[in-house]
Design a protein around this ligand. Structure first.
Ligand SMILES: [Zn+2]
Length: 476
């Protein structure tokens, strides 16, 4: 019995409402019971002719064990699903199949404490950036219960979703510091493997060692490895070695972001040294070079007339040997290298810059930068062919932040029950475009109302015949 109101289809018969709470074919609700703050729904499967999986003989019911699962809350009330299972036994005397319990993966997976729908929902929620703790709070259950479910379902989804990596032709390796917690500041590094063309994270490895990263890459399907034409990296010798050994045919590309960062660091080093040489102390508020420190790192084209003049006068005051000015020009030249669109012209420009930096008269920091450019020359130039970079795109940065948030409570990455699995799920969802939303205002992003099958007011009205009344619906 259901009736069509003007806006929604509502159920008015209590039995139908209860049935709708489960909403599965061939699953019957036996009773509804209030247990403290929770509501328990007892269900069972509707059986027809059950056959023995081994001999196909008739099986009969031996026991009815009750297993309790955590289900999705309804109107803010925690729901426990008590599944009265069927332990069957084979009737055929000579069959060696003993008893077996009937399963239904639509209700709950084996060894999972959450119902299937609750587990899927929890996985999705964690995937969109909520913490495990938050989701566990909403389901009113233990942190580990949710984490295990997310891990299991996330893993399954990842395996099933190998397709998303089919179009990968350029990957990037990048190290990220993972957790710094506690009094004894502890730093752990993870390697992010990303599809830098399609901006997805492929995996997060709990190490930045050659052995581990190479082993992971090597374990990938051959066809996938063959498709990779470019490997992006920061200027890390380890990652370069990984590419050279495992993917010898992939051209290595240095990230522009990391190259520019290096030039900026060189400029900063020169500035600090000149400062100390000039005044005998580290930068103070009124020192010209200290005042110029931010403007120096800004892109030249972003400075207006006033800022340019200010920079020139500050340098004239604090930089008599023009060393800072030289480092500044070097940084700007490198940026020009990345702006140049013609690969040949860019190559000439970088060659020129390298020779310039290596001159004896140059400040030592600039010479060092010159040597780095020399060492990575081809890999720097490859940028103009590949046009890929795993520089921190906004989406990925967000993702890393979320991963850190989800991992909160762990002292380090290795303590995760199964390192990286919840993270993999994150990565996968990012691939689906779910991380495009801004991170603020999570409450609006994830409204608490889910599983609204029945009209709230009506449920209150018809609460009478139940063994216990439902609590007031939480404000939605
Ligand atoms: Zn049998």
């Amino acid at each position: 019995m259901s009736q069509q109101t003007r806006s929604t289809l509502v159920l008015v018969h209590p039995n139908e409402i209860l049935q709708a709470l489960v909403g599965l074919k061939d699953v019957r609700v036996l009773h509804y019971q209030r247990r403290g703050p929770e509501v328990e729904l007892m269900i069972e499967q509707v059986l027809e002719d059950v056959r023995c999986p081994r001999c196909d003989g008739r099986a009969e019911v031996k026991e009815r064990p009750v297993v309790r699962y955590i289900d999705l809350p309804v109107y803010g009330v925690a729901i426990r699903l008590a599944w009265r299972k069927h332990r069957m036994v084979c009737n055929i005397a000579r069959c060696d199949k003993r008893s077996f319990v009937l399963q239904d993966h639509r209700i709950a997976a084996k060894n999972c404490l959450l119902t299937t729908r609750a587990a899927k929902w929890a996985t999705f929620q964690v995937g969109t950036g909520r913490t495990v703790k938050e989701v566990a709070g909403e389901l009113d259950c233990d942190w580990h219960t949710v984490n295990n479910a997310v891990t299991t379902y996330g893993k399954a989804l990842l395996v099933a979703d190998r397709k998303r990596l089919n179009k990968t032709t350029a990957i990037g390796l990048d190290e990220t510091s993972f957790v710094k917690l506690g009094r004894h500041t502890h730093q752990d590094f993870v390697t992010t493997v990303a599809d830098v063309e399609n901006h997805q994270i492929i995996d997060i490895l709990p190490s930045r060692d050659f052995k581990d990263v190479a082993a992971w890459l090597n374990s990938q399907p051959e066809a996938w490895k063959e498709r990779i034409c470019f490997g992006a990296l920061d200027m890390s010798v380890t990652y370069a070695a990984v590419y050279s050994v495992v993917l010898p045919n992939a051209a290595q590309v240095v990230n522009p972001f990391h190259a520019i960062q290096l030039a900026n660091r060189c400029l900063d080093g020169v500035r600090r040294r000149v400062q100390t040489e000039q005044l005998g102390h580290r930068g103070r508020r009124d020192d010209p070079l200290f005042r110029a420190r931010r403007v120096l790192l800004m892109a030249e084209e972003k400075l207006d007339q006033e800022a340019t003049e200010r920079l020139a006068s500050l340098l004239a005051l604090g930089d008599p040997g023009a060393e800072v000015a030289i480092a500044y020009r070097v940084k700007e030249r490198l940026r020009e290298f990345y702006r140049t669109t013609d690969p040949t012209k860019a190559r000439l420009l970088l060659e020129d810059l390298e020779h310039h930096c290596l001159k004896r008269a140059m400040p030592p920091e600039v010479q060092k930068l010159g040597r780095t450019i020399k060492r990575w020359f081809d890999k720097l130039c490859n940028y103009h062919i590949a046009k890929v970079s795993n520089g921190p795109t906004e989406g990925m940065n967000n993702l890393i932040k979320r991963i850190k948030r989800i991992g909160f409570g762990f002292r380090n990455f290795r303590e995760l029950p199964d390192p990286g699995l919840a993270l993999c799920r994150q990565a996968q969802l990012a691939g689906l475009g779910l991380d495009r939303r801004p991170m603020r205002s999570r409450s609006r992003q994830n409204p608490k109302s889910h599983f609204l099958w029945v009209d709230g007011a009506l449920l209150e009205e018809t609460a009478g015949p139940f063994t216990a009344p439902l609590a007031q619906p939480r404000a939605l």
